[in-house]
Design a protein around this ligand. Structure first.
Ligand code: PRT
Length: 283
């Protein structure tokens, strides 16, 4: 049996449970419980605080976990990142009051910096040979310069709205983060098969989310041209239409290339283009 740690409540909670569900794991809701059975997979889910998960993972209380990569780096734990999961993307950045001069890390010399990420910030300061005093606060870091608690902050940013509302400007990105699947090294050795089965399912779900299934009608003399436009898995499926001289072409395209491919297909004579989400993709 594997123990999977996920955040109990917060930004990662919903996406983590949705991912497990899309992988076919039926987990009871974790809001009122700390532990839940998975009915159809040899696993148990532990609902924990995101910031506590790195230690539980390193100690083997959990075998694997879904958590923000930034907390793994901050807690400096020795665990394996098995897969990047593509959600909860953010960056850890240094921000200063609007208009304050910043010419790189040296501008922070002698300054007071408020943060909830002292280890990551200290590493950045050390790397740049800067002496600054770190003021550790656990929340609402962005308010610190406004109330005279600090000259600068180091905090997570996603849209940048919180910085903007507090009159701060992002000056330097220390690290980029997203949710990851991480594993305890010993568990990887001893429960590798189960962990690999889950990782395989996760990869299939993530791949499916990044791709779309498309089908469209095309004159037969344009099939070759249209096929070249499609970065397909192997080659597109071609099915004859009842109408003489026409076929239906089926393929899979990446979300990133979607609009680019769409306009090329239209220019090539494609008609009745249908785009369908893919649930799982095993290649
Ligand atoms: O209590 P627990 O330990 O479980 O959770 P947590 O303290 O880690 O807090 P939570 O749920 O807020 O964040 C969980 C994880 O989500 C973080 O560790 C990151 O990996 C990820 N994440 C992604 C973020 C953000 N985006 C984010 N924007 N975590 C926090 N923020 C905060 C940030 O601190 C700042 O206050 O949102 C504000 C900025 O947002 P924008 O959009 O205004 O830039």
């Amino acid at each position: 049996m594997i123990k999977i740690a996920v955040q109990k409540s917060g930004r990662l909670y919903e996406d983590s449970l949705r991912l497990l569900k899309d992988c076919g794991l039926y987990v009871e809701d974790g809001l009122d419980t700390l532990k839940a059975e998975v009915r159809n997979f040899d696993a148990e889910v532990l609902f924990l605080r995101n910031s506590d998960i790195p230690k539980y993972l390193e100690d083997g209380v959990a075998d694997i976990a879904i958590l923000g990569e930034n907390v793994l780096i901050e807690k400096n734990v020795d665990v394996a990142v098995v897969e990047k999961l593509g959600f909860s993307k953010c960056r850890l950045s240094v921000a200063l009051p609007k208009g304050a001069e910043f010419n790189g890390a040296a501008s922070l010399e002698g300054k007071k910096i408020a943060t909830s990420y002292p280890h990551s910030l200290q590493q950045y300061l050390d790397k740049n040979g800067v002496n600054a005093s770190i003021h550790l606060i656990s929340g609402s870091v962005e308010i610190a310069p406004n109330i005279g608690l600090a000259d600068a902050i180091c905090d997570l940013v996603s849209s940048g709205n919180t910085l903007f509302k507090n009159g701060l400007e992002e000056k330097e990105i220390l690290l980029k983060s997203e949710a990851v699947l991480a594993a305890n090294y010993k568990s990887l050795k001893e429960k590798g098969e189960l962990i690999e089965e889950l990782a395989f399912r996760i990869r299939s779900v993530l791949k499916a989310r990044k791709n779309k299934y498309i089908l469209f009608n095309i004159p037969n003399d344009k099939i070759e041209e249209a096929s070249k436009i499609l970065p397909v898995l192997k080659s597109p499926t071609v099915l004859p239409l009842v109408e003489e001289g026409w076929s239906s072409l089926h393929s899979v395209i990446s979300d990133d290339d979607f609009w680019n491919i769409m306009s090329k297909l239209k220019a090539c004579g494609a008609q009745g283009i249908l785009v369908i989400p893919i649930e799982k993709m095993v290649v």
